[in-house]
Design a protein around this ligand. Structure first.
Ligand code: NAP
Length: 489
């Protein structure tokens, strides 16, 4: 299978925060990989901005180092890298000051696609938006890319939307959620809407429940103090997991068009029921060695807050109150320091109404499992007859679609979410970016859940590093006669 790489138009991409962690780990390596793939046209330019007093050579050195560190060795070609680095420039700018903007205006061309990536703390988004206008750098066609977190509640998200809207139209604003840039997430839409096979079954009549798991093995380590102000609900559920839930639950959009898709996602968020306390389990990891390993600090130590009530784990039972999904719960869970690093969506189908093969056959439900990481792919478990002369005994086999295996080298070579999303910005395609009203609706759902446990002073339950989370999370499903899928890589 030959992958098609369609070059994008010539562009100027300005990265505010071009020397930061995200730029070095994701944005610059991603752009290099697109350059290597032939997707970046000759003449495209990347302009880094930050307060540090660097020149072009200094920024190129940082970018070169980032590529060496974060791009797979097989993809590092010194000649290509040299050419790529020539397209990089740097202008020292303080987002809150007025120096440097004239130089930037002189550099950014008016006759090519212009995009401004706000890879700085959200507190600076407003200052950047305002100065891009004041100094005549952004045009009505320019695009801005804004990073997460997009607010910490409905009020702050509204404020942020209002600040951006005072300088940019919604069609110019690209709110990044890198989960939406994952190949499998887009494949979820292809599987649902390009095949007749699943859609008739995709409702409460045939789907027993849905599980969405995002498990990490790492703790909050070096960014504990920052994380402690957020917690798993704000950091993962309100944004990433909500987006995944929407893609599973939404109605078919009339077209694969940014607003058509986002309209349908918005309807799902609005249909979410408030979540009562008994359908929420929050946890905090304990300070225990993992599997006989060395001692590990507890969450409260990592967070530098002995009295912290912030959750490093959360599980929720969520209900989508509409005709398609009423009665089919969506169980969401995410946490730090769990058994394995994995992100998975599992659509668990109902059992047939009557087993003609009798009981005791080791019956398992059909499950469509969509893996986001590691090894992006899909797997449908089906029951077949156990081979051999042992009579009609049933066994479960996977119909496996690992992209790496099914699509050959191109399947293994899936572009990283960031590089795909940046190319979408240049193409002007907002389908995989969150619209302002979507973000606000998600906060409107999350806010009362968070303020509920805050006002009750709920304490998160302890769980051991390397486990599947707190015991109570198991009960969340057990009491419904269900069980979580195993967390494994
Ligand atoms: P970071 O490592 O702290 O980098 C911040 C960047 O902003 C640096 O280049 C810094 O350079 C620049 N900067 C700071 N103050 C500035 C100012 N007043 N004017 C102009 N530039 C300024 O942060 P990061 O981790 O890259 O995160 C950037 C954004 O991405 C944040 O919104 C974050 O929430 C989001 N994000 C990051 C990650 C990640 O993995 N890192 C993941 C998801 C989202 P100078 O100090 O030289 O100015």
């Amino acid at each position: 299978m030959v992958s098609r790489v369609i070059p994008v138009e010539v562009f100027d991409l300005v990265i505010f925060g071009g020397t930061g962690d995200l730029a070095r780990r994701k944005i610059l390596p991603g752009l290099y990989r697109r350059y290597l793939a032939g997707q970046m046209p000759e003449g495209a330019r990347i302009i880094g901005c930050a307060r540090a007093e660097l020149d072009d050579a200094g920024f190129r050195a940082i970018a070169g180092q980032a590529v060496t560190e974060f791009v797979d060795e097989r993809k590092r070609d010194p000649v290509v890298l040299g050419r790529f680095l020539e397209s990089l420039h740097y202008v020292p700018i303080d987002a809150t000051g007025d120096g440097g903007w004239n130089r930037l205006r002189g550099l950014v061309r008016k006759d090519v696609v212009t995009a401004f990536y706000f890879s700085v703390a959200p507190g600076l988004f407003g200052a950047l938006a305002e100065r891009l206008h004041k100094h005549g750098i952004a045009t009505a066609e320019s695009r801005i890319v804004v990073e997460k977190p997009f607010g910490r509640d409905l009020a702050t998200a509204r404020e942020l939307n209002a600040v951006l809207a005072s300088h940019f139209a919604e069609r110019q604003i690209y709110r990044i959620d890198h989960y939406l840039g994952k190949e499998t997430v887009q494949n979820l839409m292809a599987v649902r809407f390009a095949n007749l096979l699943f859609e008739p079954l995709w409702n409460h009549q045939y789907v027993d429940h849905v599980q969405i798991t995002v498990a990490e093995t790492v703790g909050v380590g070096g960014r504990g103090a920052y994380y402690d102000k957020s917690g798993a609900m704000r950091d993962m559920v309100q944004n990433h997991m909500m987006q995944l839930l929407c893609l599973i639950a939404m109605e078919p959009p009339y077209r694969f068009d940014p607003d058509a898709v986002r309209d349908e996602k918005l309807k799902v968020i609005k249909a979410l029921r408030p979540v009562p306390p008994e359908n929420i389990v929050r946890g905090q990891y304990r300070g225990k060695p993992r599997n006989g390993g060395p001692a590990e600090p507890a969450y409260s130590v990592d967070a530098e807050n002995p009295d912290s009530l912030t959750e490093s784990y959360i599980a929720l039972k969520v209900e989508v109150a509409n005709w398609r999904w009423m009665g089919t719960p969506f169980y969401l869970r995410t946490g730090k320091k769990l058994r394995a690093r994995t992100s998975e969506i599992a659509i668990v189908f109902k059992e047939p109404p009557h087993s003609i093969f009798g009981d005791g056959q080791g019956w398992r439900e059909n499950v469509l499992a969509i893996r986001l990481q590691p090894n992006e792919g899909m797997n449908l478990s089906v029951m077949i007859k156990e081979p051999g002369p042992g009579g009609m005994r049933l066994t479960e086999v996977p119909l496996d679609m690992s992209f790496a295996e099914a699509l050959g080298p191109e399947g293994a070579d899936i572009p990283d979410a960031y590089e795909r999303l940046i190319m979408d910005v240049i193409r002007g395609n907002q389908t995989l970016f969150m619209r302002g009203d979507e973000v606000e609706a998600a906060w409107a759902w999350a806010d009362p859940i968070i303020s509920g446990w805050e006002s009750r002073g709920d304490k998160p339950k302890g769980y051991d590093p390397g486990s599947s989370g707190p015991e109570d999370a198991l009960m969340l499903l057990h009491r419904d006669g269900r069980r979580w899928r195993e967390i494994r890589e």
